[in-house]
Design a protein around this ligand. Sequence first.
Ligand SMILES: C[S@@+](CC[C@H](N)C(=O)[O-])C[C@H]1O[C@@H](n2cnc3c(N)ncnc32)[C@H](O)[C@@H]1O
Length: 290
Amino acid sequence: MQDPLSTSPHARAVSGVFGVQPAEGSSELLYVLTPTSCLLVGPQNLVSITTMSLSPYFVASYLEHGTWFHQELSDPCIFKLAHGEPLWKLAEHDASFDALINNGMVSDTSFIMDIAIKEGGGVFQGITSLIDVAGGLGAAAQAISKEFPHVEYTVLDLDHVIAKAPTGTNVKYIAGDMFESIPRANAVFLKWFLHDWGHDDCVKILRNCKKAIPPRDAGGKVIILDIVFGAGQSNVKHTEVQASFDVYMMIINGIERDELEWKMMFSEAGFTDYKIIPVLGFRSIIKVYP
Ligand SMILES: C[S@@+](CC[C@H](N)C(=O)[O-])C[C@H]1O[C@@H](n2cnc3c(N)ncnc32)[C@H](O)[C@@H]1O
């Protein structure tokens, strides 16, 4: 049988996930890692979040896009159309799905947080207490605490997530619902989940954040790590990635937002000022002040 690699080496390397180069001293071609596939190896790799994104739970939802376009649904959630219930409901009772989400988010957090702390313009400096809302298993709080050990850290998430939180860390875990109330802290951290929710839900969450923090002159602020459509580098690849995330978020009725859409939510929730700091590719830190 003919080796397909020898006939069409670029077929597998065309997307840039792998490269192809001749082996030393031989005419044989070998696959090599590229900057993209390097993200799938090493200690802070993105394997779990890639596995999550490509899992049948999400891919099956993608396949419902056609039905979604053709139907007038009372509840326009593609994930619900594919699985019979919304994502966070399924996670409550499907342990393997819950683990897929939690581990996926931990892998993303372990990768991005060091960069966000370094590139975030000192956003975590001077904080005395920080609550990570919808903070999952607490990987972000743990990463920030390595750099700023004297801060009091709390993670708020749903019951079934907090039940699996690690023990023996300097992070306190609280089970609760961010739509009801958020425990008080000097600063609130919101990492990569507001794009799961529509405008009105985000305004509710942000209003609860505002109630949880002191005024700006006493150090109160909300720190968001998320996508700001159009922020950061301006090139086609960058725009394509942001747009593909937007389509991805459509599955759960989520959305990626540009600066104006973020600004409208901040002012509706009662905040007076904000600053966007692009930190890596399509990800930005947004500092929001009461
Ligand atoms: C996309 S994950 C983000 C986790 C974490 N912030 C991160 O980036 O690694 C969204 C999180 O929101 C949590 N969540 C969903 N609804 C919630 C609610 N009503 N109150 C608190 N947390 C909630 C989920 O359990 C999940 O951990």
